[in-house]
Design a protein around this ligand. Structure first.
Ligand code: 13P
Length: 253
């Protein structure tokens, strides 16, 4: 049984005081017995402060990116050890906004995944097709390429700290959410590809989240699909009541 997981990707939003207030409201709204893993991923400069706010609550802290080296002369970059010291358990890697706006390659994503896992973090690996790729029916080729490239060389133990987030680029920030059937088809395909290469135990254990215009209104339909194990939420994670409603939708039977 995979535990449902709902994470908020705040992207480049919030002031420090907004971040602390949002984190406090989320922490207050998640009960210690909540059966869903809930995490918030604020911008780098707010990590330590938000970490203090959520510490002692069931809400976990995550970062939105990390560098692929462990330390050294990499101006402006942040290492996994720094994220851990700031209180992060999770790190998002390979978000489409980084792949498409900053040219992050599959090879760089694989390097980051390895470094973060070697340093003891849990990784949320993002993947998904663009609108042009879907219109040409190339999505499955894209999924296979992205997943195999990102996961190349991982050990079984490392897979146990990997979560995949399927985020169709055409659904991110557009209000055009994938249908529950589209999400289920994509997730089942990714799981099947994992099974072919890594075997059933790993494929069945890896959680696959859906991301892209998730709201309290559409969350239940998505989250009740058999291969949709949670949500990576952007815009709606900036409003505590909406984010908590999505987490609640994941708990309902
Ligand atoms: P939205 O929920 O704003 O579409 O963003 C999704 C996302 O990119 C989460 O990483």
């Amino acid at each position: 049984m995979r535990t449902k997981f709902v994470a908020g990707n705040w992207k480049m939003n919030t002031t420090l005081s907004e971040a602390k207030a949002l984190a406090a409201a989320v922490a207050k709204g998640v009960s210690p017995t909540c059966p869903v893993i809930v995490a918030v991923c604020p911008p780098f400069p707010w990590l330590a402060a938000v970490g203090e706010v959520v510490s002692g609550s069931p809400v976990a802290l995550g970062a939105q990116d990390v560098h692929f080296e462990k330390k050294g002369a990499y101006t402006g970059e942040v290492s996994p050890a720094m994220l851990k010291e700031a209180g992060c358990k999770y790190v998002i890697i390979g978000h489409s906004e980084r792949r498409h706006q900053l040219g992050e390659s599959d090879a760089a994503v694989n390097h980051k995944v390895h470094t973060a896992l070697e340093e003891g973090m849990h990784v949320i690996l993002c993947m998904g097709e663009t609108l042009a790729e879907r219109e040409r029916n190339l999505q499955e080729r894209v999924f296979q390429r992205q997943v195999y490239a990102a996961c190349a060389g991982l050990s079984d133990e490392q897979f146990s700290r990997l979560t995949i987030a399927y985020e169709p680029v055409w659904a991110i920030g557009t209000g055009k959410v994938a249908t529950p059937e589209q999400a289920q088809t994509a997730h089942a395909f990714v799981r099947e590809r994992l099974r072919v290469v890594y075997g059933a135990p790993i494929a069945n254990a890896v959680s696959i989240l859906y991301g892209g215009s998730v709201t309290p209104e559409n969350a239940a339909g998505l989250l009740h699909q058999p291969d949709v194990d949670g949500a990576l939420v952007g815009g709606a994670s900036l409003k505590a009541d909406q984010f908590l409603a999505i987490a609640n939708a994941a708990t309902a039977p």
